[in-house]
Write a protein that binds this ligand. Structure first.
Ligand code: ADP
Ligand code: MG
Length: 812
């Protein structure tokens, strides 16, 4: 909505001379009142002056001060979106979506103008002025338009989270901004962050020659009293429940915000609390209750604590609580509450609360649909206390109003990768001091608050790291490395990273890319270029590039989409099932998967084949409008299948764009591959995963001192010492083939291979030549002249990989 008095031809003049506010926005009174409460509003003029006068600005302010919602509006009103767009990046998809909605609402503009774009979806139009997107999306855009000519301003939000893509974007933008300046077409870079470790950006001379100005925005913050537990209880879920019950039943009114580590924990705790404190007259509508768990996370993602066997011991809550922890005087009364184990979901074991107000319990985690997330911003029903159970989404990305009590488990869930082998494992670890302080700060937004830390001050002081480690230090960087190479960064080590990855990470990435054939002598090959175009891991990109030649694209696209998705096949059913029922369901699902795998080459294609069939069958069910039911019956995660479909469409379109003459479509009725096709698919998988070969351990190969029991059914992976195993859930579990490739190794009680396919050792020399050591040509049989190719072939002996597995004689 523009100011009617403003003339188009004056725009440029005004932009150059500044500082008049000249694009008017019409806001509702309610919104305007809410905005006026934010301290950042009073500083608009000062902030805009600094932005107008500098090309790189750091804006630091506590969560909730209004950075994300207000700064884009300031820029819009100052005319920055008149000719070009304003980009705002978020590390989390949920933030990109919910913030674009919120800002659109505040400004009274439609989603055509305030839009979002994330990997699979978006609502950007030609009219878009403010574009919220994930950081990965903007990085891809740099690949095709290095100068980011569509934008007048780039705002990198939540920079303190130090996501890999945000880090890389800062590096690129530190170069793009001066280049745009030279062209007389300035681009502004605004780095927004909580007030954490700003020196990584300001004092890093590789990034910015001169320290960029730092604007600090004050947030109204009331004092928060921190209460440490005297002892650190090992079962934090039990403890968090206990503490919440105690707060709710004994302390004055005020919202409660609880931090746990994952979606599964959120759901369990929400259910538990909802049952313990029923609402009476107020009811959760279908929107507000916990959604049916269509996307349970796996056991192994839950950390040890959840897996521990249920303990039946019941404790009188009041006997087990340090009264010191609840230091508000005059409100101690013994609650008539019994405490129990959180895992126990039996109806009979409900905690009975005889008195007290109802509790309005809401879940919050990043995969929760955004209309459900929005509930935490609404007022709870009359007479109810608000209680939000959240993952660390509520730490900085979203601000929940009226929180007075924070209960902090101090835990966070991390996926750890071994830098060399790429083995991943989930585990629950202590968060950092900085995060714990962020969490505590959530209690002081509207008045003085209290934060209950379920760990001792000794643990906090001695065990917690000061800051969380930037993500780039903890992940394999293969795709990043290839992308940087393709963008002409020859020496990746010299790229202006805010935090440089370890040398060993970079070396491993380089050698894996050489193995794939994406790099040769450190230069990108044409194959490497093709690979980098796909929004999937390089190894999958290679499979796509190769299958083009074999007319197998629809299958490979489908497999790659399914393999890229976390947890498509469920291990355990959703909801509560008795132990016998559980066993039955698991058996039924295994039988279905075994049937999907088929026989011959199809069976040897293994777990990826099961995924292919699952997707095909699900598409069919979808065409008949019964997808959800089908997923429930067959142990598939509904949300994963929806995402696989999106990724299939995206990959297909991308391939069509790069290879215009190809005729691939997302055929819902993908026929199962023939036996020959299945064999070719096994070879294509090998071409992408040739560094992830494992061979069955033969008992007679074992050294004297090695424990035979430890190696029963074991495999040895090419680049690892420890034995690895086929998982119970693999369709190949029963057959113990000699050579396999796997998609991933993950560690729980043992090392397990995920996504396993059988290969023939004679294929290795052809598909993974880099890792084969071939000997001298054999004199017998004689070299052979091939009249078709005009080549001379000779037979050689050879071995494969670091373990020097002997290969059958190969012809080269
Ligand atoms: P920051 O980015 O500095 O953390 P935000 O701009 O996200 O701050 O939030 C500013 C204020 O806007 C907060 O008080 C928050 O509660 C409010 N807010 C943000 N999103 C919504 C929403 N969807 N509904 C209602 N209030 C919101
Ligand atoms: Mg924000």
């Amino acid at each position: 909505v523009r100011n009617p008095n403003f003339k188009e031809e004056d725009v440029k003049k005004v932009v150059e001379s500044k500082p008049a506010v000249f694009v008017e926005v019409y806001r509702t009174e309610e919104i305007q009142m809410a905005r006026l409460k934010l301290p950042i509003l009073a500083e608009e003029q000062q902030i805009m002056e600094i932005i107008n006068e500098n090309s790189v600005i750091i804006l630091a302010g506590e969560t909730g001060s209004g950075k994300t919602t207000q700064v884009p509006q300031f820029l819009y009103e100052a005319g920055y979106a008149l000719n070009r767009m304003i980009a705002i990046t978020e590390p989390r998809r949920v933030a990109a979506i919910s913030m674009s909605k919120r800002v659109g609402e505040e400004m009274n503009l439609s989603s055509d103008e305030v839009s979002y774009l994330i990997r699979f979806e978006g609502n950007v139009t030609e009219k878009t002025k403010l574009k919220f997107m994930t950081d990965g999306v903007l990085l891809k855009e740099i690949q095709s338009d290095f100068m980011l000519t569509k934008y007048s301003v780039v705002i990198l939000d939540e920079a303190h989270e130090r996501s890999v893509y945000t880090d890389i974007l800062i590096g690129f933008l530190s170069r793009i901004v001066p280049l745009r300046m030279k062209r007389n077409d300035p681009l502004k870079l605004i780095i927004m962050s909580a007030t954490l470790r700003l020196e990584d950006f300001t004092e890093n001379r590789r990034l910015f020659k001169n320290t960029p100005p730092v604007i600090k925005v004050e947030a109204r913050q009331y004092p928060v009293t921190i209460h440490f537990n005297k002892r650190t209880q090992p079962n934090y879920l039990r403890e968090v429940y206990r503490k919440t019950v105690k707060i709710h039943t004994t302390l004055p009114e005020g919202g409660i915000l609880i931090f746990v580590t994952g979606q599964q924990e959120v759901k369990t705790l929400v259910r538990k609390l909802q049952r313990s404190f029923p609402l009476g007259k107020a009811k959760y509508s279908s929107v507000q209750s916990v959604e049916k768990d269509s996307d349970e996370e796996k056991d192994e993602e839950l950390g040890d604590v959840l897996r521990k066997k249920k303990r039946q011991k019941k404790l009188k809550l009041v006997e087990n609580v340090d009264m010191d922890d609840f230091s508000i005087p005059g409100d101690h009364e013994d609650p008539d509450v019994e405490e129990e184990d959180l895992e126990d979901d039996d109806e009979n074991d409900e905690v009975v609360v005889k008195k007290g107000q109802p509790l309005w319990v809401l879940p919050l985690y990043s995969l929760l649909p955004s209309y459900k997330q929005a509930n935490v911003f609404k007022k709870p029903p009359e007479g109810c206390r608000l209680c939000v159970v959240s993952t660390n989404v509520a730490e900085t990305s979203l601000t929940i109003p009226d929180i007075k009590y924070v209960v902090d488990t101090g835990k966070t869930k991390v996926k750890l990768y071994d830098k060399v082998t790429g083995v991943s494992s989930y585990f629950v670890n202590w968060t950092s001091k900085a995060s714990a302080d962020q969490r505590a700060g959530r209690a002081g937004r509207t008045g003085p608050g209290h934060c209950y830390r379920l760990y001792s001050s000794a643990v906090f002081n001695d065990t917690f790291e000061k800051f969380s480690v930037p993500e780039i230090k903890e992940k394999p960087v293969d795709d990043l490395y290839l992308q940087l190479k393709c963008m002409g960064i020859d020496k990746v080590v010299n790229f202006p990273f805010p935090t440089v990855p370890d040398l060993v990470q970079l070396k491993t990435a380089e050698s894996r890319l050489e193995t794939l054939g994406a790099l040769e002598n450190s230069k990108v090959t044409p194959l490497g270029r093709a690979i980098s175009k796909f929004p999937v891991l390089p190894r999958f990109g290679k499979m796509l590039a190769l299958s083009h030649q074999q007319n197998l694209l629809p299958y490979t696209i489908c497999m790659v989409a399914a393999l890229s998705m976390q947890e498509v096949l469920l291990e355990t059913p959703i909801g509560h099932v008795d132990p016998q029922g559980l066993k039955d369901v698991r058996q039924k699902w295994r039988a279905i998967r075994r049937q999907w795998a088929g026989v011959g080459n199809s069976l040897m294609l293994g777990d990826p084949m099961v995924l292919l069939k699952a997707v095909g069958a699900a598409e069919f069910a979808n065409s008949e409008g019964r997808l959800e039911r089908f997923c429930d019956d067959n142990g598939l995660r509904h949300k994963a299948l929806v995402e696989i479909r999106k990724l299939r469409i995206q990959l297909t379109n991308e391939i069509k764009m790069n290879l215009p003459e190809t005729d691939v479509g997302v055929d819902p009725k993908l026929k199962p591959p023939t036996d020959i096709q299945a064999k070719l698919l096994r070879q294509i998988l090998l071409s992408g995963m040739g560094d992830q070969v494992a061979k069955k351990v033969m008992m007679e190969e074992l050294k004297e001192d090695e424990d035979k029991a430890k190696y029963k059914y074991a495999y040895r992976a090419n680049n690892m010492e420890e034995p690895v195993f086929l998982h119970q859930g693999s369709v190949l579990k029963g057959s113990l083939p000699e050579f396999v490739i796997y998609q991933e190794i993950y560690e729980t009680n043992k090392m397990y291979m995920r996504g396993v396919t059988v290969i023939e050792p004679e294929w290795l020399a052809k598909y993974v030549p880099h890792l084969c050591n071939l000997g001298e040509p054999l004199t017998d049989p004689e070299p052979r002249y091939d009249s078709i190719s005009g080549k001379v072939f000779c037979t050689k002996t050879g071995s494969f990989g670091t373990q020097a597995w002997p290969l059958p004689n190969v012809e080269v």
